[in-house]
Every structure is written in structure tokens, then in C-alpha cells.
Write a protein that binds this ligand. Sequence first.
Ligand code: NAD
Ligand code: ZN
Ligand code: ZN
Length: 341
Amino acid sequence: MQAFRLVAPHTANLVTVDRPKPGAGEVLLKVGAAGACHSDLHVLDAPDALGMPMPFTLGHETAGWIEAVGEGVTGFDAGEAVAVYGIVGCGRCVACLAGRDNECRNTAPGGIGLGRDGGMAEFVVVPARQLVPIGDLDVTQAAPLTDAALTPYHAIQLTKRNLRPGSTCVVIGVGGLGHMAVQILGATTATRIIAVDTREDALKLATEVGAHHTVRSDAGAAGAIRKLVGPAPGGADVVLDCVGAQATVDIARAVVTTGGDIAIVGLAGGALPVGFGTLPMEARVVVPFWGTKAELRDVIALGQTGAIKAHVQTFALADAKRAYDDLREGRVQGRAVVVPG
Ligand code: NAD
Ligand code: ZN
Ligand code: ZN
């Protein structure tokens, strides 16, 4: 079968590999769709693939159909449509036991498509416990829900104490994650949403999916947001930074209210000084990782009711490289999704 694999630092290629076989407790999935996340670019662009063992097949946002099950797997029907929960926790630590595999104390950050074979292939083998049924939800919709929606959904749960009616939430970066963040806020809160991006087309998409205000991300961005949220010690109740660059965490710090929350979701390497005098009093900063399986179920339910809908650009598996090139160059609106079939 064909698979789009990270074979060496800075090098991902479409290659021919054997179709994998499901072992005990595993399932062979016929891939329906696999999203291209900006995190893959961070891995691709790092000199050491961020420490992930290579080679492996990319694609950590996967949905498809059950093709075959390994020994001991019950409860799935051949052809059933499922989404893949990407984090493979140890299942034994205090966090995994509480259902928070994303905080696993024994596993380095990674997952299916991040250090082990993912969904940018015709087939993928995953442990059966990673699967969440999606019913008749389209697989190209379900795939981005597993990360582009799950990650901001989780960040919103972590900052919910401040997302009351009448609050304001700033979403920085309206790409794959950000355009889902805006919709999840719209579907699950009554907060006012200010979307921030460097790209005009991303801001246009933000408005289409429910942002109340848009701000161009440049040297004047913090000032423009301050005009909307008022002066310190007030400000934005929550900032979801879906970029995480120095320029964007600086915007977050400049606009967050006393008692506010900043979630640094993006991995672009920006850092905030934390301490008295560097942040407003009682402000909290969190660096969330992906989400929990229960939250994935919630997000799929939001997708099934139509409350959230990924804006998707599809690519054939043969064009996976082009999908990542387009993502790197800022040519993707919403999420690029690879469809192997
Ligand atoms: P994306 O490329 O689809 O979207 C990024 C958006 O940010 C684009 O619209 C881009 O124009 C915009 N942007 C870039 N620089 C900006 C700036 N200075 N100010 C404002 N906007 C700017 O990327 P994505 O797939 O949505 O991922 C976003 C980030 O989140 C990446 O760093 C990714 O690695 C990270 N991520 C983190 C987690 C996690 O668990 N914490 C999970 C998934 C992705
Ligand atoms: Zn991702
Ligand atoms: Zn664990």
C-alpha cells in the first residue's frame, strides 16, 4: 500500500509499504481521511523530528472504516465508521486512570501519526481502545475533529471558568485549530469572540464561522484588541493562542484581564515570563496538550448535530506533500485533509 512517511529529518515521501496486520487487541482501519496539522510541520522542520523515532507514517487526525480486527477484539462491525483518538497513554498512571491520557505520566507527548504509524496511508493499525464510533458523520469531517477541534475544545474546558455570558475570548490564529475554536465557543458558550490572524482570508473565514470582531495581527494588534476590551486592569477574559509565537504570546499578555486565562495552544516557540509584575494578578497560563477521549466524544457529538463543521480542503494521498507545502505557505483555509481512497 501507499503511505506518506517521515523517513528522515526534513524528509517526508510517499512510499510503498506492506499492509499492516492487526495484532491482539488491535484493529485494521481502512483510512477514509487524515488531516494535515501544523504540528507535523514542526516535526518535519526540526533537526531531530522532535525526538520521535523515524520512519513513521504521518497523519494524527484519522477517521475510517473497520477492515479487520485482531485477536480478542469484540464490539466492532466490519465497515463501521470510526475516528481515532490519537494519544496512546500508558493506561496505568494516575492521569490515564482518570481518563486524562493527554497528561500521561509515563508517555512522552506523541501518538498515532506522531512517532508511530498514522493515517496518511491506505490502511493503519491502531489499538481498538483508540476508536470512537462516528455513526454517519462524514469521515472528512470526523478526521479534523480528532485534533483541530479536540485540542481547542480541551483548551476551552480548561479556561471555562472565565467564559461566562458577557465575557470576551480572543482567538489568535484562525487556521485548522482556530476556525474550530471559534465555532466551539459559539456552540458551547455565550462569549464575545475576537479573532486575530495575519491573513485576510483567515479573518474572513473567522467571521463566516461566528467571530464577532476580527483584528489583523501586526504591531498594532494589542492596541486594536484593547479598543474592544477596554484598559487594564480589565481586558480579555480568555486568550486562546493557536499560534504560540513570541509575537502572539506577547499580544496575549498585553490584552488579558486581571484574573484572566491564557492558553498557549500553538507550538511556535514563544514564551511568557511568569511571576508577579509580569502578568496581571490572578491570571493563569496553561499549555494544553490535545484532549481526552471523553472530550473527543463530545466534539464528535457537536459535529453530528451540525453545531460545528470543519472547513475542509481535500487532497489525494499522492498530493500529501502539496497539502503540507500549502499549509506551510498559508494557502490552506480551515483544514487540509488527505483522502487516500
Ligand atoms: P494552521 O497553520 O492551520 O493555522 C495557523 C494560523 O495562524 C494561520 O491561519 C496563520 O495565518 C496564523 N498565524 C501565523 N502567525 C500568526 C501571527 N503572528 N499572528 C496571528 N496569526 C498568525 O495551524 P494549526 O494546525 O491550526 O496549528 C496551530 C498551532 O497549534 C501549531 O503550532 C500546532 O503545532 C499547534 N497544535 C498544538 C496542539 C496541542 O496539543 N497543544 C495540537 C494541535 C496543534
Ligand atoms: Zn495536531
Ligand atoms: Zn499514563
